[in-house]
Design a protein. Sequence first.
Length: 625
Amino acid sequence: MRQAVEAQVLNPHCLRQILSDVIEEVRQSVSQDIDGAEILHSLLNAAWLQSLLKVYECLQRYLRDSPAPALDYSSGLSLELLIDIRSLPSCSEEAKELYHLLRQPHLQALLSAHDTIALKDYEPVLPPMPEDLPDDEEATRIVCLVKNKQPLGATIKRNEITGEIFIARVIHGGLADRSGLLHAGDRIIEVNGFPVDGMEPEQVIQVVQARSHGTIMFKVIPITERPVHNQTMLYVRAMTDYSPQQDPAIPCADAGMSFRRGDILEIVDQTDALWWQAKKLPSSTACAGLIPSTNLLKRKQREFWWSQPYQPHTCIQTLSTVEEEEDLMAIDDKCVEADEEAFDSEELREEEDDFRSNIEGIYLAGFRRSMRLCRRRAHSTTQPSCNTRCPSSCYSALNSPYEEVVRYQRHSEDVHRLIVLLGPSGVGVNELRRRLVEMNPNIFQGPVPYTTRAPRGYEESGREYFFVSREVFENMVYHNRFLEYGEHKGNMYGTSIESAKEVLNSGKICVIDIEPNALQAVRTHELRAFVIYLKPPTLERLRETRQDSYITTNYYVNRPFKDEDFQEMEEAARKIESNYWQFFDHVIINNELQDSCVELLTAVMRAQDEPQWVPASWIRPTSES
Ligand SMILES: Nc1ncnc2c1ncn2[C@@H]1O[C@H](COP(=O)(O)OP(=O)(O)OP(=O)(O)O)[C@@H](O)[C@H]1O
């Protein structure tokens, strides 16, 4: 067998046959459960290997046949033909088709490429090798790079004692990297014939940039031992904004990459402890950019905290301060305290509103006004008590500037992902949630909330609410069983984790709306929340679209929107976005109601059926989560 194989290898056309024989043999090993056979089988079966073999066969055939071009002026010939056909007094259908084909830009490009190869007219012509090369060829290397519009893709540094210039890093996917000839640690002796020892790095760059195109010749002493790096693929979600142009510490601002909170980054190189290389996804460029490492960014964030009052413009933007958070809550507290009695006079209308949540015998739980009003004063479980439920996963996302993410595709037999809607008060969260549930109550459902208030005559426990005693409610709070809860007119209201899980376990898609500060409670391994942010449109569009809409305020059950309401909504949206944008999986600008409904439905179905980026800890839960 071995001899036969060796004989056949000489004949490249048989390679594919040999490969398929080997695959067959390995397949038998797979069925015998032999260790490693499965990996080998999938490797040998890979489409790229088959393609590679085809290319190899073509090249072999080329070597054997040594084809020569029949002519080297096919573009000119095609032009002559076009002129001839056009000058014909009348032409056949075939001639017309030929004329049409020859005029196609793709065919003209192909003919032009053919002529270039036939004439061996290769660009650019590299300069001749310098004559004064040292005898020891290993000691120096001459590298000629052809410069195009792309930057060189390497940064340099100077040894302050010796004045020698070294390549500090090679940017992944850049010109230098793709050449495979320059490496971090190589010492540069000359650039385009100029000795660079003793020069400042900026002067060296000027020499490099002096030629905007053509070739750049480096004489380098290659680093003797190149470190071997086993780079692992890492994807992260940025939890902060970063701008290299505003970062004085970056080694080369032009090589830096800016990003915004929520951007997904592919980290392609972590060899440097301070500066990583990354690409923003979806990426259209092969070249990576420099970004600060986790440790460096954390350090910058700490420095930012200390210098905040004095340094308004900075390269990073961190999460909100505690004061800002309190400010968001303070407006509601003031309003409620100012006119607590106004609610009593609206009691009847509140009940009427309750009835609207019953369509054709189906009760839509969780849309009650009392529940909505109480949430404005809500205390999120994430504040004091989350520590016991998710000690690291809740806070790590807030503390770490990058959150590791993985691509997750829900299996059809898995429970659905929790759908979370949030937005500034009045933007339309309830309206859209209600419309979604009403669209198909057999698919979409909200969780049944808990309350300590007494049931009314028509209410049933487990339908509108779970009616529990204050003692039971407080016990649930103590055990972190609420995603969020609050108090309204002396009664407690809350949405429990179990209520949401119950809907999910029944096979339905659970749709809830929460206040932003409860976000960390839903971003867990078990709920795998998909967060949809409803953003208000411009003030102008709000005025136009909300003419027949009503706002639920702390004073009035329903009243038309005023301009101040729209301004407050915009302001609240701005604060939510500046604090929580990185957690949004999808953003809907709630402009036209009908369009928003369609977009919501599409996003919800995509969340369930298409791959999404989710925190890696959801898929590889740590012992704490
Ligand atoms: N795109 C829209 N165009 C016109 N009116 C809308 C639109 N979206 C919502 N509305 C209306 O705006 C009003 C407020 O909406 P909704 O009650 O859903 O607000 P919300 O975001 O739930 O705020 P809150 O939690 O304070 O009640 C309702 O009358 C609703 O019908």
